[in-house]
Design a protein around this ligand. Structure first.
Ligand SMILES: *Cc1c(COP(=O)(O)O)cnc(C)c1O
Length: 337
């Protein structure tokens, strides 16, 4: 059961800016306090080792690496897959290209080749094929395709990843999946994380989004790849010591908070229906609702004046949002329609 996220007396603020705003509840904190720990840079933190083992097995992959953030997870993956002068193909709006400070170029000399996402969040493989550079020293070496799931909240089914794997084998490319919200796709589509892991060379999952842990991501792949990424994690400053206190939150999240993502999807559906009902055009993808055609700043200001935080047209439902909160949000959004 969801625990109260606010202390008594605290002003009730509904925060829909992102699913990163969740706060660990009592049971997760108890798991953190009870964690057995050791020095993870020496590989001696039993809780981190357990989290890595469980994640690898959930994704059906050989090995896994616990990292402080999703950004570092993707960067370590890019650095492990690519050398200087190599290239990765990614969506124009992909997190790995647009929202990670150009880290792959800044730290790895790795060039991005952005392509537009299609409406369903996939990359068109004909466009990817056309973007692959010939083997000629005028060009960067195209090494990797980076995909995202969910993409803008849209869940992409395993069949697409099967096609991508075949394509990648034909063209000598590897496939990295930024699965920051992969479990939202798993729950929405009723499949398993392995259904995706089997088609990818590496997968990064966030524990700190809808799963509700305070920090941490896990990067999964073959053991040689994870060894290389572990080296890069240290170089990037991500080697933590008694990180078991954080890994314990991640283990708690994997055990208790995957299935409950369906609750977020259900509430996002009530929200989108409610907004449409009051004449506001909106779309829902898993735990995200996109409000269309309204002035962003006016919307942020109005909602804020009634204790609802949004950062623009994307309103994100997460474990600290209740049915009452959703009713309140719809009620005050009336003034926007
Ligand atoms: C949040 C997110 C990340 C990385 O997140 P951090 O904030 O660095 O943990 C990566 N990819 C996607 C798609 C994300 O939404």
């Amino acid at each position: 059961m969801t625990e109260p996220a606010r202390s008594p007396g605290e002003t009730r603020i509904v925060d829909l800016r992102s699913d990163t705003v969740t706060r660990p509840g009592r049971a997760m904190r108890a798991a953190m306090a009870a964690a057995e720990v050791g020095d993870d840079v020496y590989g001696e933190d039993p809780t981190v080792n357990r989290l890595e083992h469980e994640c690898a097995s959930l994704l059906g992959m050989e090995a896994a690496l616990f990292v402080p953030s999703g950004t570092q997870s993707n960067l370590a993956a890019l650095l492990a897959h690519c050398d200087r002068g190599d290239e990765y193909v990614a969506g124009q709006d992909a997190h790995t290209y647009r929202f990670e400070g150009g880290g792959a170029a800044a730290f790895g000399g790795i060039q991005p080749q952005p392509l537009p996402f299609q409406d369903d969040g996939t990359l068109d493989l004909d466009e990817v094929a056309a973007a692959i550079k010939p083997d000629d020293y005028h060009f960067a070496k195209t090494k990797l395709v980076c995909l995202e799931n969910t993409q803008g909240g849209k869940p992409i089914g395993p069949a697409y990843f099967a096609t991508v794997q075949t394509f990648a084998h034909e063209h000598g490319l590897r496939v990295h999946l930024d699965g920051a919200r992969l479990f939202n796709a798993v729950v929405a589509l009723g499949c398993s994380a392995r259904d995706f892991g089997q088609y990818c060379d590496s997968v990064s999952v966030c524990l700190s989004k809808g799963l509700g842990a305070p920090a941490g991501s896990v990067l999964c792949g073959r053991s040689g790849f994870v060894d290389a990424a572990r080296r890069w994690r240290k170089v990037l400053g991500g080697g933590m010591r008694q990180a078991g206190v954080l890994a314990a939150a991640g283990l708690y999240a994997l055990t208790h908070n995957i299935e409950r993502l369906a609750e977020d999807h259900r509430r996002a559906n009530i929200l989108v229906e409610g907004l449409r009902g009051i004449g506001l055009p909106a779309e829902q993808h898993t735990n995200m609702v996109f409000v269309r055609g309204r002035d962003k700043d006016a919307m942020i200001a109005h909602m804020k004046s009634r204790n609802v935080r949004v950062s623009g047209s994307r309103w994100v439902v997460h474990m600290d949002v209740t049915d009452d909160d959703i009713r309140h949000v719809i009620d005050i959004a009336r003034a926007l329609s």
